[in-house]
Design a protein around this ligand. Sequence first.
Ligand SMILES: CC(C)(COP(=O)(O)OP(=O)(O)OC[C@H]1O[C@@H](n2cnc3c(N)ncnc32)[C@H](O)[C@@H]1OP(=O)(O)O)[C@@H](O)C(=O)NCCC(=O)NCCS
Length: 183
Amino acid sequence: MSSLSLTTDRLVLHDFKMSDLPRVHKYASDPEVVRFMEWGPNTIDESKDFLRMTISHQKDNPRRYFDLAIVKKAENCLVGGCGLHVTSPHNREAFIGYCLSRDSWGQGYATETAKGLLSFGFSQLRLHRIFATCDPLNLASARVLEKSGMQLEGRLRENKLIGKRWRDSLLYAILEHEWKLNN
Ligand SMILES: CC(C)(COP(=O)(O)OP(=O)(O)OC[C@H]1O[C@@H](n2cnc3c(N)ncnc32)[C@H](O)[C@@H]1OP(=O)(O)O)[C@@H](O)C(=O)NCCC(=O)NCCS
């Protein structure tokens, strides 16, 4: 089975390898990066477990979990992780997510990543609907989803336990025909 690699203007999104551990642990152990996540800040063992788990899914057939490293082409430097998980093969539905090291924020990389994942989902996996959620306080992520062409569908109440607190989520989604209008 060949390794998955998606290319955007400035980034390569590719299958994780065990050797990515130091760069993955850099963002996954940063409390500011994981502030709105259900996981983290990771210990080194948790980052290793994440990599082992995600690498094991690379062999699934059919594959439903696509967790990919975000690598800056110019410097060949891993700056984050992203994922597309098929939630329902029957409904051809998936969700996407992304996470970047703090020193790579504010340069459009998350938007480029989200657009790359949408393109992969609709053009290669032939999905019908792709959704994403973000914390209402995560204004940067909400903006990324808007800039990627996704529409706000509503607010899920207290669907995430983050730390010891129940948090709401904003639900964004885009349908196949909406994506095709601009791509
Ligand atoms: C959220 C995150 C992915 C954004 O990545 P990024 O590469 O900085 O995003 P982009 O540069 O593509 O776009 C960010 C947009 O949000 C805007 N933004 C950033 N901080 C903001 C804030 N506090 N309030 C409002 N808008 C904000 C930026 O101005 C930009 O919009 P613009 O292009 O219209 O100016 C990044 O901060 C991150 O990894 N955070 C930690 C992990 C995380 O929260 N992941 C998402 C989980 S749902």
